[in-house]
Design a protein around this ligand. Structure first.
Ligand SMILES: NC(=O)c1ccc[n+]([C@@H]2O[C@H](COP(=O)([O-])OP(=O)(O)OC[C@H]3O[C@@H](n4cnc5c(N)ncnc54)[C@H](OP(=O)(O)O)[C@@H]3O)[C@@H](O)[C@H]2O)c1
Length: 288
């Protein structure tokens, strides 16, 4: 049995949809009862309710598991203790493979949530559990937070420089890659950066979006202090500080890098480009 932790988020539901398309059963762990229907609709054949911060709950979620896909909730204040719970449960269950949803550039200490994932990668290596690390770059889907502004006002706003170069990947490609490493043999011991090969500035992303929509779109940067109250509407103070630190880093260095050959090897095809992604979203949302 494949077990997906953190299954109700965008990453988990995308992976569940892909496994469902392949006819592969999967158990999903959710922390809120109202998420059970969501993960079942995405394809979960079994649902366990529990908190990743509870070692006993994680142990219960992994009962009978052969493969585990650990997706820690984004910007968690407990990334490392949750990782330790998952490792302890996976070891007790003698799982065949622990797939950890990590991040690109885990080497960069200033990106605090990347650093935490690097620590968890190290703990997994030392656990001697067969592992696979998926290290995606920034999801193309992050632009969708701004979709209404982009389509209605022709402005793509974010609190970092419009010239910062960002490596991008389509979440649907990540889900395909996750399903492959979870269902096919031969991916143990690998750390796979997942990138499309598109390293674009937001000026370039806005130009691509405008091209696809057939109307002008421009990128705009605004101050991180202006973003904080916006971020605080949906995030804890801990998460606001983490995201603010990340944006400050993006502003200075961007998030470029990663090599698309890795994802192409796993997918057996060329990864989705940013232009293809925007065209697909525009079609789905009737904006093209
Ligand atoms: N967005 C990007 O560009 C990007 C790029 C690379 C990597 N990542 C990484 O991808 C990972 C997943 O991101 P995401 O956006 O899919 O995740 P997410 O929206 O944070 O979703 C994770 C799910 O975990 C569940 N959850 C929250 N707290 C929990 C707890 N204490 N116990 C059990 N479940 C809990 C929540 O659902 P319920 O509470 O309903 O169960 C939530 O839907 C993150 O670690 C992020 O760093 C993101």
């Amino acid at each position: 049995m494949i077990v997906i932790l953190g299954a109700a988020g965008q990453t988990g539901t995308a992976a569940l949809r892909r496994l469902k398309a392949l006819g592969v059963p999967a158990r999903a762990m959710v922390s809120r009862p109202e998420s059970a229907d969501k993960v079942r609709a995405a394809g979960a054949t079994d649902v366990v309710l529990g908190n990743l911060k509870s070692a006993a709950d994680v142990r219960r979620a992994l009962e009978g598991a052969s493969r585990v896909y650990h997706i820690c909730p984004v910007m968690s204040d407990a990334e490392i203790p949750i990782g330790q719970n998952v490792i302890a449960a996976a070891r007790a269950e003698r799982v065949d493979q622990l797939v950890f949803h990590s991040l690109i550039h885990a080497q960069v200490d200033a990106l605090l949530h990347h650093r935490d994932k690097r620590v968890v990668e190290g703990l997994i290596i030392e656990s001697l559990i067969p592992y696979t690390f998926l290290q995606p770059t920034m999801y193309m889907q992050n632009m969708l937070w701004e979709w209404d502004n982009v389509t209605q006002r022709g402005v793509y706003r974010a609190p970092y420089a419009t010239g910062a170069r960002m490596s991008l990947v389509d979440l649907e490609d990540i889900a395909c890659a996750a399903a492959t490493v979870l269902t096919e043999p031969g991916w143990d011991g690998g750390g796979f950066e997942l990138c499309s090969g598109d390293n674009l500035t937001r000026d370039e992303m806005a130009a691509t979006i405008g091209d696809v929509l057939g109307r002008p779109v421009r990128a705009e940067a605004y101050a991180i202090d202006e973003w904080r109250p916006i971020g605080a509407k949906t995030r804890t103070p801990f998460q606001v500080e983490r995201v603010a630190t990340m944006y400050a880093h993006y502003d200075r260095y961007g998030l470029s890098g990663g090599n698309a050959r890795v994802l192409a090897m796993i997918l057996g095809r060329t990864p989705t480009t940013y232009r293809e992604f925007v065209a697909r979203v525009a079609r789905e949302r009737g904006a093209a």
